[in-house]
Design a protein around this ligand. Structure first.
Ligand SMILES: Cc1ncc(COP(=O)(O)O)c(C=O)c1O
Length: 423
């Protein structure tokens, strides 16, 4: 140890936090406003579940996204389960999905063994669904498209929606990363038929660790989601007395007191569950939503700093960039190592890890996971997604929980690691 190291060690002790660059924020955006919100809920003496805060959060969210309806649930996973249920898939239907996302985006489709899932390749500069590959996969059996706005960068929705609308195909936007992003003046979650959001503690806002939201325009789905999240079945009913016909509506109370569904149900489409977002979580959501523009601005500022470091290595690395008219929330910061003969990704990951910077690669192509391989999916189905994951893509920490010092440190360490990884 040299004398010069001593001030550094003192500073390290003083503020240990500034010398680590955690990959995930984990609640670091929660502050006095959120504590005040929870205190208000607890001291109000009002219900802790399914009350005014949930309604307020949903109203604020609807306004923020520009959607006709917003209904909260307990996680992004549940939002996606409900969204996929609303597609009313039948045996023989086909659904086109992205392979480049978190598994929850498409996991519910494993419950439909008679529905064919087709993985669509992604674009090499964005990791979003490639509209040209998509077009080739559509046919008269295609019922739905499920995509993600990868890392918060909106997918090419004009092209996707044109293909979908021409053919009467429903589109689910997994917007778990894209709260606060914009696409030609509109928000993800309002660009297709159903938007699904997550408020896990790693996301752009959090409702105390877990939470989710569905956004949509179809009025008929309000009642169906209300039932599903409130432990009631979403079912098609036929009255024993056929004067009442077939309906999703509860049968007349006088004849069938207390919604005695079981006697009259001919098609139970799905059981319900309890997916009620708690009042404390919803109140925190209201506070977090107010801070969303600041959180996104900070994410974008950090991404810009990282991009500036990468710009010193033209042709070797390239960050995901946004097209004109599009703003990404920068939920993830992703870049690609493009010249392996001059700069090795494995070496770069190693050099960053040596310096204490975690470098996960988001996400492993889903068609290659055991659950989808067991359904017949194989290597070679999505060549671009595979090449990117196995050879090129990398993610770096980028979230509002990073202090200014941590951002400086991250940029310094990234520069060091890049120099060390050059061949
Ligand atoms: C793209 C994407 N979809 C869905 C989810 C699932 O959300 P949750 O963790 O709230 O269930 C996540 C969360 O990690 C995600 O990143």
């Amino acid at each position: 140890m040299t004398g010069q190291d001593i001030p550094k060690i003192a500073a390290f002790r003083q503020n240990l936090r500034d010398y680590r660059v955690p990959y995930l924020p984990f609640g670091s955006t929660l502050g006095p406003a959120e504590i005040e919100a929870v205190t208000q809920v607890i001291s109000s003496g009002e219900t802790l579940s399914g009350g005014a805060w949930r309604t307020r959060f949903e109203d604020d969210f609807r306004a923020s996204v520009g959607a006709r309806h917003a209904m909260s649930v307990t996680s992004g996973t549940v939002a996606l389960e409900f969204a996929i249920h609303l597609l009313d898939l039948r045996p023989g239907d086909e659904v086109v999905v992205t392979p480049q996302t978190y598994q929850a985006t498409i996991q519910p489709l494993l419950q439909y063994p008679d529905v064919r899932v087709r993985f669509c390749d992604v674009k090499e500069d964005t990791l979003n669904l490639d509209p040209e590959s998509l077009r080739k996969l559509l046919n008269d059996k295609t019922r739905a498209i499920i995509l993600v706005h990868y890392g918060g960068l909106p997918a090419e929705m004009d092209a996707v929606m044109e293909l979908a609308r021409e053919r009467g195909i429903l589109v689910i936007e997994d917007s778990a990363h894209a709260l606060g992003s914009s696409y030609h003046g509109r928000r993800p979650g309002s660009l297709a038929d159903i938007g699904c959001f997550s408020f896990h503690s790693s996301k752009n806002i959090t409702t105390l660790g877990e939470g989710g939201m569905l956004t949509f325009a179809n009025d008929d789905w309000v009642d169906r989601i209300e039932r599903l999240r409130g432990n009631e079945a979403d079912a098609v009913f036929v009255a024993r007395d056929h004067r009442f016909g077939t309906s999703r509506e509860p049968l007349p109370g006088a004849l069938y007191p207390g919604h005695s569904y079981t006697h009259d149900c001919v098609a139970l489409l799905r059981h319900g569950t309890n997916a009620t977002l708690s009042e404390a979580a919803a109140a925190v959501g209201v506070a977090q939503l107010r801070s969303l523009p600041d959180f996104v601005a900070r994410r974008r500022m950090i991404a810009q700093r990282l991009r500036e470091v990468l710009a010193d290595y033209p042709g070797l690395v390239a960050a995901v960039t946004e097209p004109d008219g599009v703003e990404q929330s920068q939920h993830l910061f992703t870049f690609f190592v493009r010249a392996p003969e001059r700069l090795s990704r494995e070496r770069l990951i190693h050099e960053l890890a040596e310096r204490g910077v975690q470098v996960p690669i988001r996400y492993f192509p889903l068609h290659l996971t055991p659950e989808w391989r067991s359904r017949g999916h194989r290597y070679g189905e999505c060549p671009t997604a595979e090449r990117l994951w196995f050879d090129e893509q990398m993610n770096l920490p980028c979230h509002p929980g990073l202090s200014d010092k941590q951002v400086d440190l991250l940029c310094e360490l990234l520069g060091d690691a890049l120099r060390a990884a050059l061949c």
